[in-house]
Design a protein around this ligand. Sequence first.
Ligand code: SAM
Length: 257
Amino acid sequence: MPATPAYPPRSAPRLFVDVELTDGAEVRLDGSHAHYLLKVMRIREGQPVKLFDDRSGEYLAHVTTLGKRDLILLVDGLTRPREQVPDLWLCAAPIKKDRFAWIAEKATELGVARMIPVQTERTQNPMGKPEKLRAHMIEAAEQCERTSLPELEETTKLDALLKAWPADRHLFFADERIFESGEGSFRKALVAHEGPAAILIGPEGGFSDAENAAIRALSQTVPVSLGPRILRADTAAVAAISLWMAGRGDWNGPPTG
Ligand code: SAM
């Protein structure tokens, strides 16, 4: 007896819509959403679409009306409430645009709650348009079935970031200089530091000595090593987030109790 196919089918398109969704609501889609559904997915009336609003959760909807450049969907019901991702921030110095977009995409997939671009002395590349970076984060959330979007902060100067650093948040400072000292075991740092956290990643040129000292002067700073090799900033970001998520995040199974 063939298994009953899952409904909605996993292949159902999944889109973020920046409107409050409710059961029975009608949603009109145009622009890039409509192009994607009409021209790429060749969607037909009655077919399901998964929508999420980054407010209340993910909903199942179906197409009621097809237009030339727009379509109308009817919301059938909530499928998953908006998730509470682990309380982890990524503070990263902008690098080349496409690689920084890659970091934003990966940070979204891996479950980061907030991303803060950090202006440092050796930052060579401006971050580019925030709306472009946000579009990458939305696409990544649509693809990885996230029901919440990470917050994207304005670019912040390093000294301003440190001055306003929250007292209760650990700052895991990825420092490529500490491996030899034996200081900076990420595993030990995770055991010792529970609670709200952030990861700080430098630009391709690294942090200056003065910046390194200023970061270390912050009592919430936890210097960590990502091993003996010098990683590219985007590799370092993904490695550090993954370590934190595996040790302190939501990768060890659904919450119990
Ligand atoms: N300036 C450095 C150099 O040329 O020696 C390299 C900087 S690295 C390309 C960019 C950022 O990635 C660093 O500022 C650091 O935050 C992080 N990173 C790279 N390798 C690391 C490692 N082995 N341990 C900890 N952080 C690392």
